[in-house]
Design a protein around this ligand. Sequence first.
Ligand SMILES: [Zn+2]
Length: 417
Amino acid sequence: VTDVDRGPGPDFDPAPAITNLRLLAERTGGPDGAARLAWTPVWEEARGLAVEIAGEDFAAERDRAGNLWFLPHGPRRPLVVLGSHLDSVPNGGWLDGALGVIAGIEVARRLQPAADAAGLTLAVVDWADEEGARFGRSLYGSASFVGSLDPAQLEKLEDTDGERAVDVLAASGVDLGSLGRPESRLAEIAAYLELHIEQGPVLERAGIDTCAVSGTVGIERERLDFVGQPAHAGPTPMEGRRDAFLAAAETAVALEEMAVEAGGRVTTGRLELEPGVPTVVPGRASLYVDLRHGDADELRRMRERALSIAAGTAARRGCEVSREHVWGIEPRAFDPRLVALAQRACQEVTGERHDAIESGALHDAAEMAAKVPTAMIFCASLRGLSHAPEEDSTEQALELSLRAFYGLAAKTLDAVS
Ligand SMILES: [Zn+2]
């Protein structure tokens, strides 16, 4: 794409947002990556810096769940909310989440007069603990906000140091007893928009810098527990062993093929063996299976097939298998009208028209999309890397995606009013 091919696009300078993102990366990260783990001092520092960046133009306030809101002064009208998350995984990337929050602040600052004219309020939100990196509960803040989080689930959670989520959240001023129902502000929201990095290689491979997102995939997470017979590695012949690990391993390989056929994704990212001794045939193997698909029926079929594959391999190896459903979320399609506006906003800055792409990663937008009209824009990631210090995007992709996001926000104000 040359400059000549590009439409004029909206008049928005992306430089302040990029400068502030670099400042945030410097202050809350380093060569080992971003260190904005939720509910830690570095995360609080990142939030403090965002409040400084927002400055006099916004009042900052926390809701019951600990989400940080930036609200312009003046009369409160129906809200168009721009949001994402400042928290990161340990050794995370500088753009994951931070891009959307910092972009939101600059875009809301610039568009507030237009929002006033449209009879709307442009607010920004930094969702708390999107990553779930410490306690294993992703989308905590946005799920709490819409009322889809069951506080009872949090009561069991501990981090790797044995600190309880309940205590850590309480120290941050969150009263679990107050969660479990939607925040009243939800009823005031007319639309939710999020800018995020893609975190995968699809856009870069297609030579696209910024693109609308059609929705997020559905996910089913299962733990498969294979039980065989522990036995001595020496005297026990190879024939007739009941090796729980081999049953799990064979299942994992078969699931790969199944996912390819189904056009979905499967990841077996965690395996626990018992007794976990080199000289003992594993008697127990717990395999975590993460299944993803954009279509709810296909996802259900993938899950059924996964369970029957596991049952088949277990039986062939003389093992038993049981399953525990760990977690799941339905596929979420974003609002078609807002997705069309996002496509147009991207086209205006790149000069190219592209189909909206599906997000294989979850975002806070998935929780919001269940309740309010929602759209997202992606910024292409370099080499598809994310959740790693190497996470990056080209300057051009950053600039274009910021300008496209501004265009989407402006169009949304028009459409909603
Ligand atoms: Zn993120």
